[in-house]
Design a protein around this ligand. Structure first.
Ligand SMILES: *[C@@H]1O[C@H](CO)[C@@H](O)[C@H](O)[C@H]1NC(C)=O
Ligand SMILES: *[C@@H]1O[C@H](CO)[C@@H](O)[C@H](O)[C@H]1NC(C)=O
Ligand SMILES: *[C@@H]1O[C@H](CO)[C@@H](O)[C@H](O)[C@H]1NC(C)=O
Ligand SMILES: *[C@@H]1O[C@H](CO)[C@@H](O)[C@H](O)[C@H]1NC(C)=O
Ligand SMILES: *[C@@H]1O[C@H](CO)[C@@H](O)[C@H](O)[C@H]1NC(C)=O
Length: 224
């Protein structure tokens, strides 16, 4: 519900925004790349929408169409964890910077967790690179530079759900002017039972259009 109303709210503000006077420059996404077993080419959508152009608040939306971990008979071990690393180039004039991590992360997910021995986990890290060379160091970067979100749920759960989680490592600001935001998403399923899935839930075939993960995080544009 949280996510649905957020998206609806975005739709409304996008229509009104053209007539607003923008005291704060608009945050844009200039380009992006992604890779990982959770995001084959063509399976990712990202966008930045204005929440309030007066206060300079934005929402970054990332959706992954092919990031459902699978567990149990017929799945291979690497399918238990789906990873997607994204690099999003942000556009901002000199003298302004973006901040991310305040206000938490809203998400809609989809899990196949056939029994109460299976647990689904989502983790997400957002980190501003100070320059492009930092991208390669991202996974080893100091935690204080990262906003980290983690969420776990115990089965049985087969289907979609929405939830919200706060950053466990605060909010962080990027460099002044254009910058790069590195994002890592990992969605995994683990089981305490060797037979999970074999004697568990057997239901109707899920609708692939439902098997999407969508994340909404808040961003703010601040003066340097
Ligand atoms: C944007 O923020 C300003 C200042 O807090 C507020 O007065 C205004 O109503 C907000 N606009 C929207 C569309 O929420
Ligand atoms: C897990 O499910 C089994 C079988 O349905 C049940 O017997 C058991 O009490 C459940 N355990 C927990 C912790 O809910
Ligand atoms: C992390 O933060 C430190 C100090 O706050 C800064 O010197 C360093 O460049 C940052 N690293 C990245 C990858 O942004
Ligand atoms: C979010 O997840 C927590 C922990 O799994 C659960 O207790 C809570 O009810 C969930 N919230 C919603 C809105 O589903
Ligand atoms: C930021 O990116 C835009 C679009 O690529 C470019 O036109 C602009 O010159 C860049 N600004 C700086 C300060 O690098």
């Amino acid at each position: 519900m949280i996510l649905v109303s957020l998206l609806f709210f975005l739709g409304c503000t996008a229509a009104a925004q053209a007539t607003d006077i923008d005291p704060v420059p608009r945050l844009t996404s200039r380009s992006g790349t992604y890779s990982g077993n959770g995001c084959p080419q063509g399976s990712v959508a990202t966008s930045i929408s204005t929440s309030n152009s007066t206060t300079g608040t934005y929402q970054l939306l990332i959706s992954l169409d092919r990031a459902i971990p699978s567990i149990g008979p017929g799945s291979i071990p690497s399918d238990k964890s789906k990873l997607c690393s994204l690099k999003i180039d942000l556009g901002l004039p000199a003298g302004w910077r973006a901040r991310l991590g305040d206000g938490g992360l809203d998400f809609r997910g989809w899990f196949y967790l056939p029994d109460n021995k299976t647990t689904g986990t989502m983790s997400a890290q957002y980190c501003f690179a100070t320059n492009d060379n930092d991208v390669t160091k991202f996974t080893n970067s100091s935690p204080r530079n990262q906003s980290s979100f983690i969420f776990s749920i115990v089965g049985p759960l087969v289907g979609s759900f929405v939830n919200h989680t706060e950053s466990s490592s605060g909010a962080h600001s990027g460099p002044c002017g254009n910058g790069t935001l590195n994002v890592v998403k990992r969605i995994s399923a683990t089981s305490r039972s060797a037979s999970s899935g074999s004697d568990g839930y057997v239901g109707p075939d899920p609708d692939p259009s439902e098997q999407v993960w969508t994340f909404v995080s808040r961003m703010q544009v601040l003066k340097c």
